[in-house]
Write a protein that binds this ligand. Structure first.
Ligand code: ATP
Ligand code: MG
Length: 477
């Protein structure tokens, strides 16, 4: 069975087992042109809560391991727009949809901000991820406002606000409890001739602002006063079809900004959305361009893949599209050798499932823990035969730290965690039991044990880190 479904999305959680014990990807159809919502999948069947029992949770790799570019075409495309403005075939009038969203999901302070902007005669909408999340029935984690008002005008309307940013100026409106609502002036399409974007600081209209956005599901504008969604790019249909599609030609959009590749994977993984076939193909085709992207941005998106509650599914999509071979070929290689339950690849999948289980339990893991878990099997391998584990880890991380833009704080933390792992796994706390790094190490030890099929939590003789008062917690460095 081919690994790539029409959506290009197949992952361990979307697999059925056949009688041979092999897993097979479930096909998700995207061919329908109707706007009828695709039946929402129920919660993933497994991997949410790693059990001690080793199980085959991942498909055996007997097929060509991952998607390959379909041709050797150069990585260019025709930019859909001129230097500034709308795509040539763009409609200036949006489609409007009347919607009903759960009012309790919308922050009352956001309503105030929008109302004041509109009352002052400006256009103002909720935009971006919060609209997408509301339409998918999810509580947005933050709210972004876009308006026709310029930053100085917004600043004048809200005494409790400040202008931030140099390249593109935004206004932060501040509320009690350190709440910040970000208000951005509509932006125009950035400079792009099929090359990477270098500057993007031109004000524009609402339509232009919609067209510059990455995916159609992220380009919807929500008018809270009328409960209308304004849609220039077909995003409502894609919400209903539950599909990730770029605004414009996917190759152009990915070359302009390769980080969008990772964002597509993130949205597909986190929100359980299909990826439109052309977009999937473009991800495969453009994956090498990720090498050109700013490393801190790539690092942040990798962390977001891990933090989103579907780390395992997201990494599977990254692996299946070959994106992981570009970012972290060492881990991709482990996943290829995933034919036994006790193989490092199988353990690595289960360590990712641990991250998701913690997310589901409402526990946020520190970035240092996330990096350690992502790299754990490789780190363990690097330590084999070395007495000085800390030095071995340091050596292993040398190249990676720069490649993945791992912060110094996290790199130091990873060294400490891996150095203490054997002691923790054998139930000895040792020195440093009251440090922050120790708390991190407990998580990693637990994930490691679970991934090996051991159910018990690592028990340390010292107090659990949760019992260490915050004031006593030590910084990692
Ligand atoms: P998340 O829930 O992960 O925050 P998000 O969609 O809100 O997802 P943000 O990074 O917060 O993502 O960006 C807010 C919005 O800005 C996006 O919804 C999208 O419309 C736009 N955007 C973000 N990054 C890009 C990009 N690289 N290219 C084009 N538009 C982008
Ligand atoms: Mg956001």
């Amino acid at each position: 069975m081919g690994r790539v479904t029409p959506t290009g999305v197949s992952d361990p959680e979307r697999s059925d087992s056949d009688s041979t014990g092999e897993s097979r990807p479930v096909r998700r159809s995207t061919s329908t042109a109707s706007v009828a919502a695709e039946p929402r999948r129920t919660e993933p069947r497994r991997a949410e809560r790693p059990r001690g029992e080793p199980r085959r949770a991942e498909p055996r790799r007997t097929e060509p391991p991952r998607a390959e570019p379909t041709d050797d075409a150069p990585l260019t495309g025709t930019a859909p727009y001129g230097r500034r403005g709308l795509p040539e075939d763009a409609g200036v009038e949006p489609r409007r949809y009347q919607v009903v969203v759960d009012p309790s999901f919308v922050d009352p302070d956001v309503r105030k901000v929008l109302k004041r902007l509109v009352r002052s005669g400006r256009e103002a909408y909720l935009v971006g991820g919060c609209v997408r999340d509301l339409l998918l029935g999810r509580q947005p984690k933050d709210f972004d406002v876009a308006t026709s008002a310029h930053p100085e005008e917004v600043r004048e309307l809200f005494r409790n606000s400040r202008i931030i940013g140099r390249r593109f100026r935004l206004v932060h409106v501040l509320f009690q409890g350190r709440k910040v609502i970000e208000v951005a002036t509509f932006r125009s399409t950035p400079d792009s001739d099929g090359a990477m974007i270098r500057s993007d600081n031109v004000y524009g209209t609402a339509a232009e602002d919609a067209y510059r956005r990455d995916f159609t599901i992220n380009a919807l504008f929500y008018d809270l006063e009328t409960n209308h969604i304004l849609d220039w790019v077909g995003g409502m249909k894609d919400i209903q079809r539950r599909i990730v599609r770029t605004v414009g030609d996917p190759v152009v959009r990915f070359i302009e900004d390769p980080v969008r590749l990772l964002r597509a994977i993130k949205f597909s993984g986190r929100l359980d959305l299909g990826i439109e076939p052309d977009v999937h193909e473009a991800i495969v085709h453009c994956r090498e361009s990720l090498r050109e992207a700013a490393r801190p941005r790539v690092a942040e998106e990798i962390l977001r893949l891990l933090r989103g509650g579907q780390a395992r599914r997201s990494l599977y999509i990254a692996w299946e599209t070959g994106v992981l071979d570009v970012l972290l070929p060492e881990l991709a290689a482990l996943f290829y050798e995933n034919d036994r339950d006790d193989s490092p690849g199988a353990r690595a999948w289960r360590q990712l499932a641990y991250i998701d289980a913690k997310h589901q339990a409402g526990e946020l893991l520190d970035d240092t823990v996330l990096w350690t878990l992502l790299l754990l099997e490789m780190l363990k391998e690097a330590c084999e035969g070395h007495r000085d584990r800390s030095a071995a880890v340091g050596e292993f991380l040398e190249g990676l730290v720069e490649r993945l833009a791992i912060t110094r704080r996290s790199a130091d933390g990873i060294r400490r965690i891996v150095a203490t792992l054997p002691r923790l796994k054998s139930g000895k706390a040792g020195r440093g039991a009251r440090t922050e790094a120790y708390g991190f190490a407990l998580h990693v030890a637990e994930a490691d044990r679970l991934s090996e099929g051991v159910r018990t939590r690592p028990r340390a003789k010292a107090r659990d880190v949760n019992e260490v008062p915050a004031a006593e917690a030590q910084p990692v460095e």
